[in-house]
Ligand binder design. Sequence first.
Ligand code: NAP
Length: 487
Amino acid sequence: MSGAAPRRLRIAVIGAGMSGILCGIKLREAGLGDIVIYEKADRIGGTWRENRYPGLSCDVPSHSYTYSFEPNPEWSHLFSPGPEIQAYFEGVVAKYDVATLIRFNSPIVRADYDAGRWQLTTADGDTDTFDVVIAATGFLHQPAYPDIPGLDSFAGAAFHSARWDDRVSLKDQRVGVIGTGSTAVQITSAVIDEVSHFSLFQRTAQWVLAYPNPPYSETDRAGFRQHPEKMREIYHYWLNRFRDTFARAVIGDEQELNKIQAYCRDNLERNVHDADLRARLTPDYKVACKRLIMSDTFYPALQRPNASLVTAGIERIEPRGIRTVDGQLHELDVLVLATGFHAHRFMQPMAVTGRNGLTLEQAWADAALAHRAVALPDFPNFFMLCGPNSPIGNFSVILISEIQLAYVTRLIERLRRGDCRALVPRAAATADFNAAVREAMKGTVWVSGCRSWYLDRHGNPAMWPWSFERFVDDMQAPDWSEYELIA
Ligand code: NAP
């Protein structure tokens, strides 16, 4: 087919969160064809639309949590709150006229491949056919509910942190939060002044890095507006800082890891004054094995007179509160489940069927594996952003998504040029990539002995086990020997 006139491709993107919006902008700029973005909800924003809990913010510095091509002089803080981030994405969508590409209220329930074309089906039963599908569905969007006996018997309001019930006032209420991840930590600091009593149910202590969150002044913002290059400098400053410290620490640089652990231990020792509380807040695993928590307000909040850290295990939930294994009933009016997400389901439960009738469920029966985090053998012209083994820990996922989309765009270019009707990673190349991932993973901190959402049910982290530089390098351009071009 080589030498034929460029094809005008029909490209479906699933999800209008950070990655889906990026697809709308960049694929249109590349002139690859007609783009339709399917969004399950009635608004863009993904995780920033879904999460509305008090204290929501991003612990990646705001000036590096932007698209590289769209700096934002208006950030209010070093780590700006969630509603500002949602507003940023809405502003980008308006500026680049992305909304015209989006079909809102259109969850995709099926994707079926046949002879070079994908048929997508929405929950309403509408179907349409595309040459290419990009799953930009995120990985922290399916709430994980704890399997605790009696959960349904609770008489007060109970909800997951990602399903915040705005009708419930916390003022002067006895509030319990289960979990000690980034979400629970942010909620703790945000609500402590408002509630009559706050109980944090901790199963595992966390390492906490005390990072201050200074505001930007109006003068700072005016400076950013006048000199956008200042924002570029800050963007690169944080990127380089993460790359040279944290990103190295997690893949085996023990010296760097020890430094971070020393900062966290120092935070604990300086800022938690009671020896018993300090002991209960001291983790028994290496820093960054779980996702590192950044907060300089969490420990002060936990030491307020109306706060309790509950470390006895939860036995069951009763109508009046939580019964712990020591027999105590912790009476509550409101219960928040900050218990995280099913991070390894990616675009599931969408029913995806590739060539020869192979379903995604079958392909991923054992583990969610992909080729270079973006493609799957037997699923031609189907690509993912922030898929399995993307470098996602404490890094700006926006940059990760940009790098992956640039790589995917090169794949799609081959289709557009008519070099082939479809392309798919070879099974052997995918197996080699994943074998190398598994081998390299042995040297990372994520497998050093803790439970975290990074790990799948076999204990394998869905993370990138090499340096950030290697990610950038590997994703510069596809190695065509790894792909099968289907005529
Ligand atoms: P998470 O890190 O997975 O934490 C879930 C918490 O719930 C853990 O403390 C876990 O305990 C606890 N838990 C789960 N089931 C339980 C049970 N049956 N009984 C008792 N405790 C239970 O979830 P998350 O805090 O929502 O954060 C998820 C990720 O979202 C973060 O790591 C981060 O990537 C992202 N996030 C980012 C920000 C940000 O500022 N950038 C903010 C919020 C979230 P164990 O530790 O013992 O498993």
